[in-house]
Design a protein around this ligand. Structure first.
Ligand code: 2P0
Length: 372
């Protein structure tokens, strides 16, 4: 199996005397919502089976990294001027992994400024957007340090490979549109090490799909993702789940190709319910759904039976992602305001849609965050 996608120029030892003293990099990277859920993993952050997601547009992280050459004693990593920022728990081991793979990064100290476009604990995966943005920043810094040009078609798969080590679902945030992570015969070049964009095999009608995130609760997660994934190692239904996810992938890919929203939506719903059934039936399992989650899911199905093209999916929490097509926007938004918003915390719901993927933040050196 391949162990690294990085070219020799990035992985070679370097003479510190030849390196730039300071390098800035800034990237905006989106979150994503899975239609086929990643749940359970093997060592080295490899999935048990392929997952499929839609990239979001409005839910993103913007990360700016200032890398300063040190003289052998790196300064502590700072996130938003805080050397004890809570995100460091996940970010520091990720940076350690990066510096082993790309040793030139060892020569630098890092100051990171980061912000999310969306509120925390609302059912949007900030680890996907945050880790993918950080991976892009570090790869850009490393390539600039060794004067290597990395066009996006090379950079994005490398960033996906790297982001996976920060958080599995983050590897699906690099390509825009729809993405699959995990080896399947159905998609040429798909593999477990990085995700691959599949929008070219998706019907154009699905590239403007909306995802309205209905915020049922903003309580902290009852089950961390790492604990959740771990339960699949000895789950009584693991084998059946893997088979089901593979069948769902076959079905959804065909439906996406045809632009069959009804079928895409019903598979997304079945996946969401399976995910929660797995969580509930695991040893030491948890119930992550709230009563209002059930009411909202039922209301969505009722509205659908009356002709409104609305579908739901869920992350590993109580908040509901409502999927609907662009052409029904005003009708669906009225339905949300009138019938679903009363079940949301403070009436909060966030309208998002299928997005274009990461973008470089230009003019980073002139950003006010870096002026001292
Ligand atoms: C997903 N989730 O496919 C699934 C659905 C949650 C439910 O990926 O341990 O934060 O960092 O690899 O990616 C959440 O897991 O877990 C997740 P790690 P991650 O989006």
């Amino acid at each position: 199996m391949r162990t690294s996608p990085f070219p020799a120029e990035l992985t070679a030892a370097v003479d510190p005397g030849k390196l730039p003293g300071i390098i800035f990099s800034g990237w905006q990277s989106p979150s994503n919502i899975a239609f086929i859920k990643y749940w359970g993993k093997r060592p080295l952050q490899l999935p048990l089976y392929p997952s499929l997601s839609m990239t979001l547009q409005e839910a993103f992280t913007q990360t700016l990294v200032e890398a300063t050459l040190h003289d052998g004693n790196p300064s502590p990593i700072m996130i938003n001027n805080d050397p004890a920022h809570p995100f460091l728990g996940k970010l520091a081991p990720f940076l350690d992994w990066f510096t082993v793979k790309i040793p030139v990064l060892n020569q630098y100290s890092f100051r990171i400024t980061t912000r999310n476009s969306f509120p925390h604990s609302t059912g949007i995966a900030s680890s996907a957007s945050g880790m993918s943005a950080f991976a892009l920043c570090l790869l850009t810094i490393a390539s600039e340090a060794v004067s290597l040009q990395l066009p996006n078609e090379h950079l994005m798969p490398m960033a996906s490979f790297a982001a996976r080590m920060g958080s599995g679902s983050a590897c699906r945030s690099l390509f825009g549109g729809y993405t699959v992570w995990g080896e399947t015969d159905l998609i040429p070049r798909s593999n477990d090490l990085e995700a691959i964009g599949i929008t070219h095999v998706v019907h154009p009608s699905l590239t403007s799909l909306h995802d309205a995130i209905l915020v049922i609760s903003r309580q902290p997660k009852r089950l961390s993702s790492s604990k959740g994934h771990e339960t699949m190692n000895r789950h009584p239904f693991a084998e059946a789940r893997i088979e089901q996810a593979r069948d769902h992938l076959t079905g959804i890919l065909q439906a996406m190709k045809e632009g069959n929203l009804e079928r895409v939506g019903s598979i997304a719903e079945a996946e969401a319910l399976s995910l929660h059934a797995l969580v509930m039936s695991a040893a030491g399992g948890a119930v992550l759904l709230e009563p209002a989650t059930l009411t909202v899911m039922n209301r969505i199905r009722e509205a659908r039976s009356l002709g409104l093209p609305v579908f739901f999916t869920l992350d590993a929490g109580p908040n509901v992602h409502l999927l609907y097509p662009e052409e029904n926007k005003s009708q669906v938004q009225r339905f949300i305001e009138n019938e679903l918003a009363p079940y949301c915390t403070d009436g909060l719901w966030i309208d998002d849609l299928c997005g274009a993927g990461p973008g470089r933040i230009e003019e980073v050196t002139r950003s006010p965050e870096f002026s001292s």
